[in-house]
Design a protein around this ligand. Sequence first.
Ligand code: PAZ
Length: 319
Amino acid sequence: MDPGNGSDVLPEELTASVESFFDTAPPLQGSSLISHKLQAFIDRNSKSSEGGGPVRVVCVTSGGTTVPLEQRCVRYIDNFSSGHRGAASTEYFVKAGYAVIFLHRRGSCQPYCRYLPEDSFLDFFELGEDSSIQVCQSHSTIVKKAIGDYQNAVERGQLLKLPFTTIFEYLQVLRMVAISMRPLGSYGMFYLAAAVSDFYVPWESMAKHKIQSSSGPLDMRLSQVPKMLSMLRKEWAPMAFCISFKLETDGNILLQKADMAMKKYHMHVVVANLLATYKREVIVVTDNGCINVCSQDEYSDVEEEMIKILVDRHSKYLE
Ligand code: PAZ
């Protein structure tokens, strides 16, 4: 096993900007409850699995972070991510025996609920003669499977869900997760599918109240979010197996950008995808080359094959 975390120290400039990001971020609501839940989850899963070996734990990040424009936030910058990738991947990781910390955007797609209707949840139910609520016959198979799989994952202690909305919350919780996963060493994995804002408004320079349109056109300067992948790899959880995602719209630069992320942030794997095709095609970039993964048809998930490849890479890393 090669920890592969690079011997070079973090540039002082980066460490300073990371410290300043956390020092000036608004306090994380419910942080002691999050910390308590995390500790209990890690303790439970650091004990040996039924097969004898320690349990592998993966933190799956999912959905997009928002960038608030006002402290009492009315407006914010958002992105397109639905959280489908993270939710689907969570299901396949659970199936592969991993315990999953699902760090997700509030209101985004959830594991085992991916097939529930987006438009009308009520379409799934009907009232019985005695006014009891029943699942419609046409949807009962899918609902039974979803409930069964979800409850199994919860009962086995394989799923911990932690929500975020803003870039501040996301990075604060990610840091807590990473530090609490540190004792798992190389049994820990990070699967960073969330679409994380690159630019933000620092809390102290943000308008306190709703920005008034009567003040004329809005002129706003966004700061760069410090590159936390380096922190994760070098400080927070240096032994964990790390997979990041790279989304581009221009196919000509995709692999070059993925390769850069591998080298710059010392990722073990980068999953490259294009906006136009990401639902059915991804390229798994490793230091041994690239693997193209495509879904077989519209009913199959590209995540199924991708997670098999990643689990296999993690096993090799553990060897
Ligand atoms: O959440 P979703 O299923 O709609 O989209 C997944 C994705 C495209 C956000 C993910 O595969 C990804 O590429 N995340 C990283 C995005 C980035 O480069 O910032």
